[in-house]
Design a protein around this ligand. Structure first.
Ligand SMILES: [Mn+2]
Length: 346
């Protein structure tokens, strides 16, 4: 049995802004999003450090913690928990050239300062999970950095975090590109290899995002399986993606239904949620730019609904028939069965 707790981040309700145009829906106050998250059936909330404490760069370390404690009060009042805190290391101009892999030492120091404050915020919110999406850890200009030295700095930064708080877990969320041209840590394998080089590999795991795996040309369900094989899958960011293009964050399953089915299947079969790290089903989806303001939570509602519909299909999966097909080595037969199952004809 698996236990599925659904979470999303405040950034998943956004104004529709993208590279080619500004926001077109009104901004929704943070408190309203929290209330609505509960109403639409979410169990917890994902945070960037500055989702929880917006002006943290200009605040003292004590003031940051005090502010985060008030946010915890808001979560408690609404019956929600905090899943993780991710330092947002891609907005500030000091992180333009990477954060842990910045060319300038003072920019690296800023990135580490934000990471340690993220740990403080996580503790105040009641979670021990720190998620690292390495947005700009790579190169814009290949000759601009010494890649070997900078990759070691990614390890150093994790070590500093692990030393700072002996109870935290680090979840690496790999992505092969965007906004950086070429990432230093693009896949699940890179994430685990990096974790293995730290002072405490047992506290470094993975969050696999469906779209990021697809962008790397890989299968999300297999990336999740790779983490599950070593009990390293501590989170997932479910969404969808139409091939190797810009990051789309579409609703889960809307583009690659069979891949989505297999993600739910691998999570269900391997007791995701009951593996000892309070694993959550994170939905990292964004509404289309065209979506009307009055229905701007629809993509989250749909993603959870699609997950649950696929879960029903997974529970009906005929393992005896599957075994028979494997024995016969008749995978054409098995494929047709899966398609019939997905089409409601099996
Ligand atoms: Mn994500």
């Amino acid at each position: 049995m698996a236990t599925f707790r659904f979470t999303a981040g405040p950034w998943n309700i956004h104004e529709g802004n993208e590279t080619f145009g500004p926001g077109i829906r009104p901004q929704i106050p943070f408190e309203d999003k929290i209330v609505k998250f509960k109403e639409i059936g979410l169990d917890g909330v994902q945070f960037h450090d500055d989702d929880a404490v917006p002006d943290m760069n200009d605040m003292s370390e004590t003031a940051i913690v005090d502010y985060a404690k008030d946010v915890k009060g808001l979560l408690d009042k609404n019956g929600l928990f905090a899943e993780f805190v991710a330092p947002r290391l891609w907005f500030d101009k000091r992180t333009n050239d990477g954060a842990y892999t910045a060319s300038l030492d003072e920019d690296y120091d800023f990135a580490v300062w934000r990471s340690l404050r993220s740990i403080d915020i996580a503790r105040a919110l009641g979670t021990n999970k720190i998620q690292l999406w390495y947005a700009r850890e790579g190169t814009l200009c290949a000759e601009g950095k010494d890649p070997v030295a900078k990759i070691k700095k990614m390890r150093d930064a994790i070590n500093t975090m692990l030393e700072y708080d002996p109870g935290i877990l680090i979840l690496i969320e790999p992505k092969p590109n965007e906004p950086i041209d070429r990432s230093y840590c693009g896949t699940a394998g890179h994430g685990l290899a990096l974790g293995a080089q730290t002072i405490d590999p047992s506290r470094v795991g993975l969050c696999i995002e469906s779209a990021h795996s697809i962008l790397a040309g890989l299968d999300p369900a297999n990336d999740m399986a790779f983490g599950l094989a070593w009990n390293k899958l501590w989170g997932v960011h479910l969404n969808d993606q139409n091939g190797i293009r810009y990051d789309q964050d579409k609703s889960f399953g809307v583009d690659n239904l069979r891949q989505a089915f297999n993600q739910v299947k691998v999570l269900y079969e391997n007791n995701f949620g009951d593996l000892g790290n309070f694993e959550c089903v994170g939905l990292d989806v964004k509404a289309m730019r065209t979506q009307p303001a009055e229905d701007c939570y629809r993509h989250l509602i749909n993603s959870k609904a699609i997950f649950l519909k696929l879960l029903e299909k997974v529970k009906r999966f005929d393992y005896d028939f599957q075994k028979k097909c494997v024995t016969e080595q008749n995978f054409e037969k098995l494929e047709m069965y899966v398609i019939d199952l997905l089409l409601g004809e099996a």
